[in-house]
Design a protein around this ligand. Structure first.
Ligand code: AMP
Length: 144
């Protein structure tokens, strides 16, 4: 199963946030859309960073005050790890586990085509394993 198969089951269009947006705007976006991370981009096409609820929590711990008024650009992770639509779900899951993040933007050549979360990939993997198990069960019981 490939990343492109997972994207097919998701609504199209990728949410991005401008680096100059405030943390206040960011938390509103995360809450309204019920998501955990957003791609930071000033043109909606080229990722400049990733920002997630984890970055907000990390900054809260620094207790420097006025966090809500700071910009997304100040708290984001600037080095974004991306994947391609052709990549296997299994290998992107492994990447997320090793690097300890739960979101990966999907780039087709230079074009941003989506984002996948660890939840999307775990669901896809379980569906696939269930399908294979049912086929094997049917085969063994002679119904194949
Ligand atoms: P997450 O698990 O997605 O909430 O993110 C955990 C940390 O990794 C946060 O500091 C994010 O900014 C960062 N992060 C999330 N996704 C990526 C990614 N694809 N590439 C680089 N950093 C990321």
């Amino acid at each position: 199963v490939r990343i492109s198969d997972v994207l097919k089951n998701k609504s199209t269009g990728v949410t991005t946030v401008d680096p100059s947006a405030t943390v206040q705007d960011l938390v509103a976006l995360l809450a309204e859309r019920n998501i955990g991370a957003v791609i930071v981009s000033s043109d909606g096409r080229t990722p400049a960073g990733m920002v997630s609820e984890r970055d907000v929590v990390r900054q809260l711990n620094r207790q420097e005050g006025q966090l809500l008024g700071r910009t997304v650009g100040e708290i984001m992770t600037a080095e974004v790890v991306v994947c391609s639509p052709e990549e296997k779900v299994e290998s992107v899951l492994q990447l997320m586990t090793e690097r300890r993040f739960r979101h990966v933007p999907v780039m087709d050549e230079a074009k941003l085509v989506g984002i996948v979360s660890i939840g999307d990939l775990v669901k896809s993997q379980i569906d696939q394993l269930r399908l294979e198990r049912d086929q094997l069960t049917n085969y063994i019981s002679g119904y194949a």
